[in-house]
Design a protein around this ligand. Structure first.
Ligand code: SF4
Length: 376
């Protein structure tokens, strides 16, 4: 049973269904596309040949192109290379040696701080690439070419890794593939409770599922349409029980009035809800944004409390809370976690070397357990 203060007041996007399904000519050849179509028999369909013409038409016919795009699911082929290095590799930032594959773009949730609002500002749809066989072929080649390197691959850069999994079941392809690898781990990053495919799959080998969490007060205000904190922890517990490795991202940490109590409570709920000794790691990252995102957030989420504190640009051009405040927040939350779980691995996400050293007293590579993780 979860404590009462983790229940939410605003509705989550349960059982998402798009209003329109856009199909690139020929995608029905792919088994995944046929699977999606069988799950959405009632949804109106429109075929297209050229995605750029379609997106151009849609951009001009709408207000809040990005928000409206969440209701239009497009199935297409991805024609480039899927695997790329995590964009956290930017000037002055410590890199956590992570690769991303973008099978999907946009997200059914609508968090006020989401960088996709700027990054995909004019993208008027929820895009799902259905040529997963091409991705698996590419991964197999790369993993075989570098047998001494360990790959940590995430699917949650431009989307939530699991939110659409009941409609577009990527995990049905990815899990069996990663189960067979000797030098690669899949990380599914999510706020979702869509874990049915994970629980039905017999083998959790080489799969880490990680949940982004925040105090319920922040979820209610800034993470529209997402499952509650209780639902996320229940899903994480079920995955742990099934044998999956599980991690948590306290990210973005948002310094609301009374944040110390809110995050202390979050740590307590986490440690009371799960066998914390079995959790792989917790990452900490504070709210950050590129300058162009601010006006988009203010327009799309007028009720947001994100800008009640001062932010300054860092070396990578993103705005963050002032360094002493970030340091204080990381130290405070890290102490809460260490008090409840002394051996827990905690790392900082998208932070400068100075902050790493200030908060943890070391860089990731000098920490034995995190060293394994970062030197992959
Ligand atoms: S869950 Fe992630 S990808 Fe989806 S809207 Fe929120 S921040 Fe963006």
């Amino acid at each position: 049973m979860m404590p009462n203060n983790t229940t939410r007041s605003s509705p989550a996007v349960a059982d998402y269904q798009p209003e329109v399904l856009f199909l690139e000519e020929g995608v029905e050849e792919y088994p995944l596309a046929r699977e999606v179509l069988s799950r959405l028999p009632e949804i109106p369909r429109r075929e297209f040949q050229d995605i750029s013409i379609l997106t151009e038409q849609m951009r001009h016919s709408r207000y809040d192109v990005f928000g409206a795009g969440k209701k239009c699911l497009a199935l297409s082929r991805f024609k480039g290379s899927f695997l790329k290095k995590c964009p956290g590799v930017s000037p002055g930032m410590v890199c956590c040696n992570y690769y991303v594959v973008n099978l999907s773009k946009n997200c059914i949730y609508d968090c006020s701080y989401c960088f996709l609002q700027d990054f995909l500002e004019n993208n008027p749809m929820q895009m799902a690439y259905v040529n997963v066989e091409d991705l698996l072929r590419e991964l197999e080649e790369v993993f075989a070419r570098y047998p001494d390197r360990n790959f940590r691959v995430g699917t949650g850069e431009l989307t939530d890794s699991l939110a659409l999994d009941s409609i577009v079941p990527y995990t049905a392809y990815l899990l069996p593939f990663f189960n067979q690898q000797s030098n690669a781990v899949l990380e599914l990053k999510t706020k979702s409770d869509q874990i049915a495919n994970l629980l039905n799959h017999p083998d959790p080998t080489n799969v880490v599922v990680s949940w982004s969490v925040n105090p319920q007060a922040v979820i209610d205000l800034e993470e529209k349409g997402t499952p509650s904190l209780a639902q996320r922890f229940e899903s994480a517990k079920a995955c742990l029980d099934k044998g999956y490795r599980v991690g948590f991202h306290f990210d973005p940490i948002i310094l609301i009035p009374g944040w110390e109590d809110a995050y202390r409570q979050l740590v307590n709920i986490l440690c009371d809800s799960l066998p914390i000794a079995k959790v792989e790691w917790v990452s900490l990252g504070s709210f950050r944004y590129r300058p162009a995102l601010k006006s988009i957030i203010k327009n799309r989420h007028p009720e947001t409390r994100l800008f009640t504190s001062e932010h300054l640009p860092s070396k990578d051009g993103k705005f963050r809370y002032l360094r002493p405040l970030r340091n204080h927040a990381y130290e405070t939350i890290r102490n809460y976690l260490k008090c409840r779980a002394e051996k827990l691995s905690i790392y900082l996400c998208m932070e400068t070397r100075e902050i790493w050293e200030g908060v943890t007293g070391k860089t990731p590579r000098s920490d034995e357990k995190l060293g394994q993780f970062f030197d992959l």
